[in-house]
Ligand binder design. Sequence first.
Ligand code: NAD
Length: 495
Amino acid sequence: MPQTTLPEVPLPAPGPLIGTDRLTESSGGSAVHRFPATGAADQPVPMAGAREIDLAVAAGTAGAAEWRALTPDRRRDVLLRLADVVEDHGDELVALSIRDSGFPLRVAALGPSRGAGGLRYYAGWADKIIGDVVPTWFGSAFDYAVSEPIGVVGIFATWNTPVYNIGLTAAPALAAGNAIILKPSELAPYAYLRFGELCLEAGLPAGLVNVLPGGAEAGTALVEHPGVGKVHFTGGGTVGRRVAALAAEHLKPVDLELGGKSANLIFPDADLERAVAVSVGGIHGGSGQTCITAGRMLVHESIVDDVVEIARKQIAQHVLGDPFDAGTTMGPVITEAARTRILAMVDRATREGAELCAGGAAAAVPGADGALAGGYFVEPTLLAGVRPDSELAQTEVYGPVLSVSTFRTEAEAVALANGTPFGLSAYVQTRDVGRVHRLAARLACGSVYVNGRGGIGPGMPFGGFKESGYGRLGGREGLMAFMQTKNVWISMDDD
Ligand code: NAD
C-alpha cells in the first residue's frame, strides 16, 4: 500500500456495547464488514437483534437515571471531558472511521475536532436549559413550563462521517439529559464502538451510551421498544418511510434526516472556479456520499461551456487511492452494490442523451502490490445536458457524479432547484446581494449556502423540507428535539 500517515489501529471487537459489557455474539446474526478500499473482509460483525435492544434499554434506563441525578454543571463538565477524550484519541478515531467507510484521510481527519466541537457546543447548553413562567387565566395560580429529558432515545447513526456525526446527534441528546442507543449500520461499526468505549473512559455513567451495530432487525426493535421514548433516524427515504410508519403505529415521535438532491445555482457574475469547486469538492472528498453534496449543477446558459470546462479540469486533479494516504483526495464508495447502482445510473443517463464529459466507469486503482485492486472505486463523473426531469436530475445518486443542466432566468433557476421531491440544501453562486436574498427566500430547502460550502456546524439548525425529512439537528432546535415540555400549574388560592 502507499505510504500511510496514520498508525495501523487495532479494530475494536465489533459486538454490541451495552452498559460496560461487550457482547461477542448477539441474536441478530452477523454481517461481514469489508474495507471499501480493498474489498477485504475484516471480521464478522455480530448484529444486534431485539434481545440486545431490550438489554440496552434496561442499561439506558439506569444510565439516564444516574445522569439526571447529576447537577447540570456536572453534566456540562463530563461532556467537556468527553470532548477532550475524543480529541486525545483523534488519530485512532480517524483511522477507524477510514476503515469503516473508506473516506480519505483529509476528510476523515476533520472528524475529531468537529465531533469534539459539537460536544463542547452542547456541553455549553447543558446548564442553560431554562423554562418559562406562564401567565395564568381562570384565577390565582403560579404556572411554569419546563423542558425535560425524554429518557432513552434511539439514534440511527450514519456510516459516512461517524466522528463528525457524534457532535450533531449524540451530543444534543446527552446534553438534554438522555441516555442513548446508537445504532450504526453494519457498514460502519468501528468508530462508533470506540466512541462508546471512550464515553466510559471519560466518566459517563455506564449505560448512558450504548452502541449496537445492526440492520433492519435492530432498527425495527429500536423503534418498537416501549422503553425508547424517541427515535432520530438518518438515512435514505425508503427506510425512513418504514421507520416513520412503524413509529406512527407505536405513537412514537421520530425525526427524519433523509437524502437530498442539492442544486448548485451558478450565475454569470459568480467566481466560476470557486462556484464549480463547491460541487467538485463534494464528489472528490466523500465520493459524493454526503447528503448535502452539491451534485446537481444548474448553470446559466451563457456560461455553461466555461463551467463544464472548469469542472472537467478540476475533476482531473483528483487523486484516487489509498484513503490512509494523505495525498489521496478521493476514496472508494461504500460497497460493491453502491458502485454497481451508481454506474447503472450513469449508464441510463447517457442512454437518455446526457453527454459524458468525464469519468463514467469503475476506476482501476491498483495501489502498491495491487492491494487496492478489489476496492470499490468510481471515477469522478461529469454529465452535461442532463434533462431536469430525468432520473439523474431527480434521484439522489450518493456517488461521485455531477450533472449539469441550464437555465435562462432567475425564476427558471428557482423552479428547477425546487423541482425535485427533495428539499435538504441548495447552493447559490452570485455576487448580486439582492439575488442572494431573493433566492434564499424562494428556495424550498432547509439550508441555503451562498458562495461556498458551509457544512453543518453544531449551532446551525439543519434538516430537510419535503421528502428530505422533518426535525432539526443543531442549535437550540437540535437540543429541544431531544426534550419534552411539561407544564406545572399551582393554585395560589388560600381558601
Ligand atoms: P439506509 O436508509 O439504507 O439505512 C439507514 C439505517 O437504517 C441503517 O442503520 C440501516 O441499518 C437501517 N435499516 C435498514 N433497513 C431497515 C429497516 N427495514 N428497518 C429499520 N432500520 C433499517 O441509508 P444509508 O445507506 O445508511 O445512508 C444513506 C442515506 O442517508 C442517503 O440517502 C443520505 O442522503 C442519507 N443521509 C442523510 C443525512 C442527513 O443528515 N439528512 C446525513 C447522512 C446521510
